[in-house]
Design a protein around this ligand. Structure first.
Ligand code: FAD
Ligand code: COM
Length: 519
């Protein structure tokens, strides 16, 4: 172990230390940052130092408590910077950039992109080198700015509801917070043992060859589509194989149609109602082909690259065995609104407790656990949160889609861009940050947006945006909508024109109507 409680490392030093531990055969000793001169007992051990554990510990510390974070990885921040959100955003940035390159190939200053394939391996190696930066920052911020105590690079073993063994010692606390996250689900079929089948984690850790011209993606949810768009944008034939239609979480059919049409335009193939039934290996044990069961029969697709976007499985086994915490049918730990498990004094947060698998839920869950541990009665209410994903675009939504709204309300009004009109999508709107070239030269690519309103109360029921740069706005729009934001109030706001979302001005154009009308 390396006792770092008395040293102050720069982010550069942290990066070097973390890198040597992530290299095969590199140093394995744990970083121990525990203040033995502090006589207080720990208020909580956070097992897992990802978003849930780290934010929980920081909050508890800010409230005057004493947390201890334990993570098997040599860095804090968990899967987000290592395997999940950060690489996802890198790949989605690449997909958006390549959409631009391919659309304007040979025009203006754009190079001729005809027939070009971009190296996936190079992008992944670039990410692998770059991720140590965020890792280093998390450790620096946690130690030097948030004043957190932690043990990193060593697995914690649960002894009982108050005790965890780590790096040859046991640590006791008044409470235990389980924050061990989740891992990618695998396929229930035989997989060749020498490579070719990846999930979000193994893709960034293990890819060591340049995938060939065909990528087979299994699944139709966020990760499958996000990574599929990246593979497609690099120039590979990309098949999305899923039992159900893709993107069920985008609950507005206009928005979903716009997304799927744009992806199909880029050559993505949606094999819905289909299932991958077997994977064929070559003489070296690498993937050579897959068999796909489709509604019209079984089809063999030669490929050396299969990506699984099948959802996640909770890392709850140890807590179940050691503590007997109650779990649901899928193994996610059951918690109440205080984030308390079925075992007194034991809390659970983040991906371990199930959907939505999102950073805000993990981080906020951590803070609610901390507040309850510190004696507050804090109840986490998860409803009505905004959501997003990437295709080649950023896609944001909140509230009800048009169909759901019409089921529940008698007078639903819709404001949207582009408008329904005989020219269909050939309208250069919405136009805003980062879609101006599309608006001028390829209008159907300039995005889509829709606001769903209850005409009777004039309240906003739902909002959908396809484009770039509206995510920030959706974070702030969601609580306002939850608090009853009306079309009149939205129309009163001051737009920073040209902005990526036109909701403010569309509302202002309609707000004068006593009986609201579509636009
Ligand atoms: P984690 O961050 O996974 O932390 C769990 C930690 O526990 C890990 O660090 C692990 O090492 C540690 N651990 C486990 N067992 C032990 C043990 N016995 N001892 C010590 N340590 C242990 N969400 C968003 O909001 N935005 C996004 O853009 C986004 N993109 C995503 C992309 C992908 C591909 C995926 C898979 C997820 C994405 N998510 C995104 C979801 C987000 O990453 C998770 O919701 C979040 O990271 C969960 O945080 P957590 O703390 O629950 O788990
Ligand atoms: C972000 C990780 S990448 S954390 O949520 O700040 O710990």
């Amino acid at each position: 172990m390396v006792d770092i409680s008395q040293v102050q490392w720069s982010t550069r030093r942290w990066a070097e230390e973390i890198e040597t531990r992530l290299m095969p055969g590199g140093a394995q000793d744990a970083f121990v940052n525990v203040r033995n001169d502090d006589p207080r007992e720990f208020d909580a051990i956070f097992l897992g130092g990802g978003a849930g554990g780290r934010f929980g510990a920081a909050y508890l510390r800010a409230m005057g408590g004493r947390p201890l974070l334990v993570d098997r990885w040599p860095f804090l921040g968990g899967s987000c910077p290592h395997h999940a959100c950060v690489p996802h955003h890198v790949f989605s940035d690449v997909a958006a950039q390549l959409l631009l390159e391919r659309t304007f190939s040979g025009q203006l200053w754009f190079q001729d992109f005809t027939g070009k394939t971009v190296s996936m391996l190079a992008v992944i190696e670039m990410f692998r080198r770059g991720r140590t930066g965020p890792h280093a920052f998390m450790n620096f911020q946690s130690k030097e700015q948030l004043d957190l105590e932690f043990i990193l690079g060593a697995r914690g073993r649960i002894i009982d509801a108050h005790t965890v063994a780590v790096d040859g010692r046991t640590y006791r606390a008044r409470h235990l917070v389980l924050a061990t996250g989740a891992r990618a689900k695998s396929l229930p079929i035989a997989v060749p043992d020498r490579g070719g089948v990846f999930d979000y984690a193994t893709l960034v850790d293990d890819l060591d060859y340049e995938p060939g011209p065909v990528a087979v993606v299994v699944g139709g949810g966020k990760t499958a589509i996000e990574y599929g768009c990246f593979f497609n944008a690099t120039g590979r034939r990309t098949l999305i194989v899923s039992r159900q239609s893709p993107l069920p979480m985008v609950r507005d059919s206009d928005t979903r149609r716009y997304l799927i049409e744009r992806m199909e335009e880029q050559g993505m193939e949606f094999w819905s109602g289909a299932e991958l039934t077997s994977i064929e290996g070559d003489e070296h044990g690498r993937v050579r082909a897959v068999m796909i069961d489709t509604p019209t029969g079984e089809i063999r697709i030669p490929t050396d690259f299969v990506f699984l976007g099948l959802g996640e499985h909770p890392n709850s086994e140890e807590a179940r065995e050691a503590l007997g915490v109650a779990v649901d049918a899928a193994g996610f730990v059951k918690v109440d609104r205080r984030m308390q498990t079925s075992v007194p004094g034991v809390y659970a947060v983040g991906d371990l407790v199930g959907a939505p698998m999102e950073m805000f839920k993990a981080r906020k869950g951590g803070t609610y656990a901390a507040r309850n541990i510190m004696g507050e009665k804090a109840l986490y209410d998860l409803k009505d949160y905004p959501d997003f994903l990437h295709t080649h675009y950023e896609v944001c939504w909140l509230g009800l889609g048009e169909e759901e709204a019409r089921d529940r309300y008698r007078h639903v009004v819709v404001l949207k861009l582009p408008p329904d009109n005989p020219d269909g999508q050939a309208v250069a709107l919405p136009a805003g940050d980062r879609v101006m070239l599309y608006a001028m030269m390829k209008p159907q690519l300039s995005g889509f947006q829709k606001l769903v309103i209850d005409g009777a109360s004039r309240r906003i029921l739902g909002a959908f945006h396809v484009g770039y740069g509206a995510k920030d706005g959706f974070q702030y729009l969601a609580p306002m909508v939850r608090n009853g934001l009306t079309v009149d109030e939205l129309g009163e706001m001051d737009e920073l024109f040209l902005n990526p979302s036109y909701f403010i001005q569309l509302c202002r154009l309609r707000a004068g109507h006593r009986v609201l009308r579509d636009l």
